[in-house]
Design a binder for this molecule. Structure first.
Ligand code: AHM
Ligand code: MG
Length: 332
C-alpha cells in the first residue's frame, strides 16, 4: 500500500512550480498542523459537559473558551509563530493580525477558524476554511490590509478542513484539488481523494429555504423550477442543507449539486463572507471543474473593499450553477 501523507503530497506539488522556494509548502504544512490542533478539541467538544468543566474554568483552572474562539486562537498562535505569514485576517477578528515575527513572511492568510457555528454544540460537522495570497509589496514589515484585499483570482492556495464522521483536509495550489483523510492512529492526513473533479451536474440543491419569504422573486422562481417534476432534466432535485458551508460544499463537490446563499431582505448582500468563505471555496470549485458566482460576477473576479465583505454565493456543479444564474439574471 502506497500511503501518501499531506506533507509529502504538498512537497511533490511544489515540483509543478519551478520557481517555488518551498515557502508555500511550509506554510501549507503549518495549516495542516493547526488543523490537527483544532481537530483535537472539536472531537472532545461533547465531553466538556460530562467532564464538568463547562462554563468558566476547566480542571486545570483555565478559562473555557467557546470552540470557535478557541480554534481562532490556536490557528493564530500555531501559524503566527513561524513567521511565514506577514499578515493574517480571521472571521473572528475585526481587523488584520500582524504576527510577532512577520518580517520574514511573504504571504497573507485569511481564514474562518470554525465555520458552521450553529452546529458546534450539536455534534454536526463544522470546518476550517483558509485562503493564501502572496504579499503585493516586497517588504513584509509593511504588510497591510491591502495585501489581504486581493481578488480571489490572486490566491496561491486555498483549502478547508471538515470535522465530520472523519476529518478531511482538501486543498489546491492551482494544480487540481486533493483531499486527505486524517488517520488518528498515526496522527497524519493521508491522501484519499486525488484530483477531485466535481460532476457537471448533480441532484442536490442546498439552500436555507426557511428564508423563502425573504428571497427575491427570481430566487423563488428558481426554487419553484428546481422542485418541478421533469424526469428528463432530473427534477425535482433533492434538498440537502446542513447549515455548515464546508460540509454542504464538500458533499456537493463530491456528488454534484448546487449551494445557494442568495440576497435576502435581512442580508441584502447574502450572509457569507467573500474573503473567508466564498473566495477559497470558489478557487477549489473552479479547480475541480465547477462554477462560483454572485450572479453578476465570477466570485474570483470581485475586487474586495472590506475584510468582512459579504457576497451572495451560487457554487457547485457548472450546469446547475448556470441555471440558477439564468434565473437570477431574469433570463428564465
Ligand atoms: P458562521 O461563520 O457564523 O458559522 O456562518 C456561516 C454559516 C455557513 O456555514 C452556513 O452555510 C450558513 O452560515 C448558514 O446560515 P443560515 O443559518 O442562515 O442558513
Ligand atoms: Mg463561517
Amino acid at each position: 500500500m502506497n500511503l501518501v501523507t499531506i506533507e509529502r503530497h504538498i512537497l511533490e506539488q511544489q515540483k509543478h512550480f519551478p520557481d517555488a522556494t518551498g515557502e508555500l509548502t511550509d506554510l501549507l504544512n503549518d495549516v495542516a498542523f493547526a488543523a490537527k490542533l483544532v481537530r483535537r478539541e472539536v472531537v472532545r467538544a461533547g465531553l466538556v459537559d460530562i467532564l464538568g468543566f463547562a462554563g468558566g474554568t476547566n480542571v486545570q483552572g483555565e478559562e473555557v473558551k467557546k470552540l470557535d474562539l478557541f480554534a481562532n486562537e490556536k490557528i493564530i498562535n500555531a501559524i503566527g509563530q513561524h513567521g511565514r505569514f506577514a499578515v493574517m485576517g480571521s472571521e473572528e477578528n475585526d481587523g488584520i493580525i500582524i504576527p510577532p515575527k512577520n518580517e520574514t513572511g511573504s504571504y497573507a492568510l485569511l481564514f474562518d477558524p470554525l465555520d458552521g457555528s450553529s452546529n458546534i454544540d450539536v455534534n454536526v460537522s463544522v470546518g476550517t476554511i483558509f485562503s493564501i495570497y502572496k504579499l503585493k509589496g516586497e517588504d513584509p514589515c509593511k504588510a497591510s490590509i491591502a495585501d489581504c484585499l486581493q481578488r480571489g483570482s490572486e490566491q496561491v492556495a486555498a483549502g478547508y478542513v471538515i470535522y465530520g464522521s472523519s476529518v478531511v483536509m482538501v486543498y489546491t495550489t492551482g494544480n487540481g484539488v486533493h483531499g486527505f483523510t486524517y488517520d488518528p492512529t498515526i496522527g497524519e492526513f493521508l491522501l484519499s481523494h486525488e484530483n477531485i473533479v466535481t460532476p457537471k451536474t448533480g441532484k442536490y440543491y442546498s439552500i436555507n429555504e426557511g428564508s423563502y419569504a425573504q428571497f427575491n422573486e427570481s430566487t423563488k422562481k428558481y426554487l419553484d423550477y428546481i422542485k418541478e417534476e421533469d424526469p428528463a432534466t432530473g427534477r425535482p432535485y433533492s434538498t440537502r442543507y446542513i447549515g455548515s458551508l464546508v460540509a454542504d460544499f464538500h458533499r456537493n463537490l463530491l456528488t454534484g449539486g448546487v449551494f445557494v446563499y442568495p440576497p435576502t431582505t435581512t442580508h441584502k448582500n447574502g450572509k457569507l463572507r467573500l474573503m473567508y468563505e466564498a473566495n477559497p471555496l470558489a478557487f477549489i470549485c473552479e479547480q475541480a471543474g465547477g462554477r462560483a458566482t454572485d450572479c453578476k460576477n465570477r466570485i474570483l473576479d470581485i475586487q474586495p473593499s472590506e475584510l468582512h465583505q459579504r457576497t451572495p454565493l451560487y457554487i457547485g456543479s457548472e450546469d446547475d450553477v448556470l441555471i440558477a444564474e439564468q434565473f437570477e439574471q431574469g433570463l428564465r
